[in-house]
Design a protein around this ligand. Structure first.
Ligand SMILES: Cc1ncc(COP(=O)(O)O)c(C=O)c1O
Length: 401
């Protein structure tokens, strides 16, 4: 089936749908009328095949406890093989209700209080929180921003590890965001290899959050860390989900891939009693999306590329004070707003909330190195995107007098 690009243009009213993004932004933005472009979900309907499956499952009328059977696992195995040429086994898959709880369980399993865990800001806030929740020491290896693009600071990473060792302290894990939210990098093979080399040498686990892996732009390829690091599999845990890909985050279906049997059993033990099973809706949506969603996803990616081009062009022509950090993946745009000239970050945030009335995530939500930046979600119909950019443009023109 071919999906027309027009179908992504459709405005679906999300207000009064219990949407965090559209109905629950007042506590964050303290406004009633902003245009929300923050939470990482999409403002269009999921694939029609998924909707049909959910309708028929709803008609069944019984929503008892559910489990993932072999057919569901096969849909994951085939998807990952088709997309990434990574051949996983069904017993490696552990079902979770979200990547964030899965990361928290993992750290509970791997760490003792005050062990070090490395993250690479600016990065998804719950990574900081997972480390704190587990009373570990948060070690920040900030990404380097150079010539408009981000890269991993490998020399600093090695230095941090050496300093820790010299102080007789232990670093247990690095959390990798691949693709990286919010800067939009899709780490390439050579970068993943470099990280693996250090992790292997230093005996550090790599927790690879690959939730955005299906959302890459043309010509960009995602490489699962555990595929590249096949020889080091027992120290790599992968987190994936159809949630961002197919806009089904509210159905709470993610999965964790752990090839090492001992580690996997430990993980299951840790979760036991703290995590409930998946819903029949989540499981059915996952299976249908992975088995029948390829064409829909291709169409979505084409539309997103259109949104990206539109935004890049708009900013260049109309608002050159805001520089787009051009992404390789994700629908989250990282905007360098330092050219707007706000000395204080609070004033930048206030400008977007109260002058432009557009709800973006402040860069500092992703760590101190996000100061002066804002994150914008472009997974919305182009007319909404245009409205958001127009609002920012008018506010900037007013600011500049
Ligand atoms: C990098 C990353 N990991 C995890 C999540 C959330 O995962 P979940 O909803 O499965 O807990 C997000 C959502 O924005 C994300 O960007």
């Amino acid at each position: 089936m071919i999906y027309l690009q027009d179908s992504f243009d459709e405005i679906v009213e999300r207000k009064n749908s219990l949407s965090v993004k559209w109905d629950n932004y007042q506590p964050i933005f303290d406004k009633n009328d902003i245009l929300p472009m923050w939470v990482a979900d999409s403002d269009w309907k999921t694939a029609p095949e998924v909707i049909e499956k959910l309708k028929s499952r709803a008609e069944h009328g019984i929503f008892g406890y559910s489990y993932a059977d072999d057919k569901i696992k096969e849909s994951i195995i085939n998807w990952i093989n088709r997309k990434y040429n990574w051949k996983i086994k069904k017993e490696w898959i552990v079902f979770d209700t979200g990547v964030v709880p899965a990361l928290n369980f993992t750290l509970t399993m791997l760490t003792n209080p005050s062990d070090g865990v490395i993250i690479q800001p600016p990065v998804y806030r719950p990574f900081f929180e997972a480390v704190d929740n587990n009373h570990c020491e948060l070690i920040k290896n900030d990404l380097i921003y150079e010539n408009g693009q981000y890269k991993i600071n490998f020399s600093n990473l090695q230095k941090i590890i050496d300093d820790y060792k010299n102080n007789n302290k232990t670093i247990k894990a690095v959390i990798l965001c691949s693709p990286h939210n919010p800067v939009g990098r899709v780490w390439n093979k050579s970068e993943i290899n470099k990280l693996l080399k250090i992790a292997v040498k230093e005996n550090i686990y790599i927790l690879s959050d690959e939730i955005h892996c299906d959302l890459t732009y043309p010509g960009i390829k995602h490489f699962p860390t555990a595929l590249i690091g096949d020889n080091y599999r027992d120290k790599i845990i992968t987190y994936m989900a159809p949630s961002k890909t197919f806009n089904i985050a509210g159905l709470h279906t993610s999965y964790t891939i752990i090839s090492d049997k001992k580690l996997r059993n430990q993980y299951k033990d840790i979760k036991h009693g703290f995590s409930s099973g998946n819903s029949p809706f989540g499981l059915n949506a996952l299976k249908t999306a992975y088995n029948n969603g390829d064409n829909w996803l291709d169409s979505q990616q084409q539309y997103l590329k259109g949104n990206l081009d539109y935004t890049a062009d708009y900013l260049k022509k109309e608002i050159p004070e805001i520089k787009l950090v051009y992404p390789e993946g994700t629908y989250l745009l990282w905007l360098d707003c330092r050219g707007l000239g706000f000395e204080k970050n609070e004033n930048l945030i206030d400008f977007f909330n109260n002058e432009a009335e557009v709800g973006l995530n402040p860069g500092t939500w992703f760590g101190e190195s996000g100061r002066g930046f804002m994150r914008m979600n472009i997974a919305c119909p182009r007319s909404i995107l245009k409205k958001g950019l127009d609002r920012i443009n008018i506010a900037v023109k007013k600011l500049k007098g």
